[in-house]
Write a protein that binds this ligand. Sequence first.
Ligand code: AHG
Ligand code: MN
Ligand code: MN
Length: 304
Amino acid sequence: MTDGDRADADDFAVAADDPVSAAVEVVARSAPEIRAGLAGRRRKADEQNPSGETQLAADVWADELLERRLAAVDGIHQFASEEREGVVDCGGEGASGGYAVTVDPLDGSSNLKPNNTMGTILGVYDAALPAKGAQLVAAAYVLYGPITTMVVARDGEVTEYVLESEGDELAERRAVREDVTLPDDPVVYGFGGRVPNWTDRFADYAGEIADELKLRYGGAMIGDVNQVLTYGGVFAYPELESRPEGKLRLQFEGYPIGYVVETAGGASSDGSGSLLHVEPDDLHQRTPVYVGNEALVDRLEARF
Ligand code: AHG
Ligand code: MN
Ligand code: MN
């Protein structure tokens, strides 16, 4: 089936009674197709994304696929992606209000070459972009691991689903864990960036944590955060000497993941307070990200 045909198949009627459910359903329905489309798209694209990072063909393709489908949902009036400069207005003439959705179409795309975990991140905001974390009404991520799972945070609860597929079509989205909460006793940690580039205060914190927990760092935030959600612990892509704002994007990664972890009873921080309270001055601004068990995030903030 060519991309052109695919465009016809794109207007799959998403049976959902509200735009938020529809957006989650679109991502769930697209996940098997994204997973199936990765193998042939490992090559570098000619472009860079707004963060100045080289894009893979898979990044661009997944972004276009998600934009086409999410923009078609009634009630979604804005779409933005880590992979494109501006906000796409999709509410139609004179549309007002409506929801805004953001995607990181492929999180951890540098893991595609070594065939490691990757993810897709969705944020749904009840406000125009760039929106604040506190204006999120739902956040979700797909994890392309040994199996494809989806974690959805909405209405104060986190639910984990297994996405069963037949070919590149979703066959079933099956809830396997309801009311997901971080275990009380943390087990794992994962810290990004190069150790010599860590600030002294983060390095001191990291040294303490490394004495207590098991290292689990896979290079895709979604895979690393899902370990923290499953076993308890802390994930960080910290401030760096060379880049005090860190690497991860506030709107597309920090807010949605902060929302998921806080909804699961954990904490998020940019070093001084909840990620959800960081002001969004620019759509592609970066932020240090610290998420996990509240006590571990509190210890980080006590040092900063
Ligand atoms: P993306 O592929 O969407 O740019 O995200 C990659 C991010 C994040 O997933 C991960 O935690 C981090 O980059 C890994 O960075 P390093 O390669 O510097 O470890
Ligand atoms: Mn990412
Ligand atoms: Mn990405």
